[in-house]
Design a protein. Sequence first.
Length: 525
Amino acid sequence: MIVEPHQAGIFSSPEEVYVVMTAAVIYARVSSKEQEQEVYSIPAQLSLLRGYALERGFTIAREFVDVETAKHAGRPGFEQMLSYIVSEDACNVILVEKTDRLYRNLRDYVTLDEMKPEIHFVKENFIFSENSHSSERFLHGIKVLMARNYIDNLSEETRKGMLEKARQGTWPSAAPAGYVNVEVGDRRRLALEPDRAPIIAEMFRRYATGDHSLTALADWALAQGYRGPRGGKLKKGAVAGILHNIFYTGRFLWKDVEYQGDHDPLVSMEVFQTVQGVLAEHGPEAMQKREFAYSGLVTCAHCGCKLTAEIKKRKYVYYHCTGNKGACPKPYIREEDLEGLLLEVLQAVRIDDEVLAWIRTALIDSSHDQAEYHHSQLALLRRRHTVLQNNIEGAYEDKLQGHISEDFWAQKSADWREEQHQLLAKIELHQKADEDYTEAGCRVLRLASGVSELWEGRSPKSRRELLNIVQSNLLFDGTSLTATYSKPFCWLAEGQESSFWLPILDDIRNWFCSQSFAMLARRIA
């Protein structure tokens, strides 16, 4: 009696009746998380194939599964199945849902054709084997080509969908560190990760000062509970990758094109650009090797190079011009002497309690006007942002309906999104400025009133931070320092020198109403 290889056989003899079951393997695959959640899900495929095996009298030898995603490419289950069939001579039957679940390319087809298994495509009600007729083999080849075309088209449509998401401001891939994917209605968007987002924001702020190496940031992050993928400290490369990523400003790069994102930023563009400057100027290696607190802080008045430092007699620190533009005649200066000159720079902006109280009263008087100004500016900026968003959505509909060309849509939408980006930056500054204006202003003034006390007892790095707040440029002529003070300290130095404050009061008060004021107040806080 001849039994087809895909059927159970019943053999009888005078002594007994017994059943021979044919062994088969099951293969199930999904090509993305979306398919895993829909009708192509692994459980649905396995249930169908197990029922088919039971109905046809197969015994299931093994089950192989592949879940392919952009993050995890390849088909280990498919390769394991091929190895198993080769090693198990008694098992040469494959049960699979349909053609495009088994073949991903023509190479898969050729590989299986050489192995000559019997393949049951359950949903297509088709069995393919080496005994199949030429017409069946021809039709099967057509199905393989169609499956390949379907996969190519699916991949192309996926890429198109991701590009369109990017154009609409939605990050189309996995959430970067500090963010998580959340469901909002019928769409997915990014939300801030409560544990990591504040740590990343602080990493940017610390590195922007120029006083922290990548290793120091990794150590600090670990102390705050931020761990790497393997549960340990972040690698320097991972820290540098975070600091280089424009995503944290609310913008992102997709296929080498920059887009304005709809996610919440962690840092301002100003802080981000400052960090890029520090990275470019110092780099990871240079930041690790810098051992001297004031190196690079002071400029030589003779040749315009920065002052660097070195140790003499193994214990004395001397600062001198780098001489990058040729030999410089200016002398060396001991670190202790340089610190004395730096303290004089700070004392030049010191104000007494009487002046502090007088300016504080003026700030209180102007706080109401300042709040109204910021509220009115925010309203104007938000209205313009809404108009631009309506333009983008309307033009997108016109593009879909063929009223405007793809090129026109791309150009106009890019222009509108760029303007939206600029508006959001201005909105952010006004929102930051519209905080507790009077108290923040007093923090700035209290710094000036107690600058000498702040200097005493601080580490050289902390003193450098204080100097960076007060001034923007220091020139050393060999004997003295000349400072260019930042606002509002330039006016405080002017008032200190002339002892006549009334003419500069309006300058101070107006600056406290500016967008730069809130950022300085945050640094001091």
